[in-house]
Design a protein around this ligand. Structure first.
Ligand SMILES: [Zn+2]
Ligand SMILES: [Zn+2]
Ligand SMILES: [Zn+2]
Ligand SMILES: [Zn+2]
Length: 171
């Protein structure tokens, strides 16, 4: 699936749009003769239905597809796109070829791991932090450890019992 045209600053050249999803081309490939370009994911899905070019219906198969020319890739990588996390308050606009690296350390990414600084030091996705309660978390940790201790005590009691039986038999 391509990128939503609305996320780009300024006009996007029509040649950079995918005819299947009408978004801006993502991982574009092109048909060999008509040179129509599509998102890799879009055309792969389309070929499940029919092995033709979706624009002019000429026969094309997956094996015929090739990468788009360098000039087209350059045009795409220079487009200015808004961050995926704009809805979460990120105002960053980056070149398309910088988007992935920005997303990696975008502080508005709701799934970015953050560490609780209220005391327990637990690491969790940022969007879970508002519902996080250190005391509750620590209580579950304590409960789990108590259960573990109880298990260990049981195991050790059983071993002692077995040992005692062996000693009795030996006598
Ligand atoms: Zn597409
Ligand atoms: Zn075509
Ligand atoms: Zn961002
Ligand atoms: Zn905490």
């Amino acid at each position: 699936m391509g990128y939503d045209v609305g996320r780009f600053q300024g006009d996007v050249d029509e040649d950079l749009l995918c005819p299947i999803c009408s978004g801006v081309l993502e991982e574009p490939v092109q048909a060999p003769h008509c040179e129509h370009a599509f998102c890799n994911a879009c055309i792969t899905q389309w070929f499940n239905q029919q092995q033709t070019c979706p624009v002019d219906r000429s026969v094309v198969t997956l094996a015929h597809l090739r990468p788009v020319p360098r000039i087209m890739r350059n045009m795409l990588s220079k487009l200015q796109i808004m961050c995926d996390n704009a809805v979460f308050g990120c105002t960053t606009v980056v070149r398309l070829d910088q988007l992935a690296s920005h997303l990696n350390d975008c502080e508005h990414n709701p799934k970015r791991p953050v560490t609780c600084e209220q005391g327990c030091g637990l690491e969790m996705p940022k969007d879970e932090l508002p519902n996080h309660n250190c005391v509750k978390h620590l209580r579950t940790v304590v409960k789990q450890q108590q259960a573990k201790i109880a298990e260990l005590e049981k195991a050790s009691a059983e071993q002692k019992h077995q040992l005692a039986e062996q000693v009795t038999e030996a006598v």
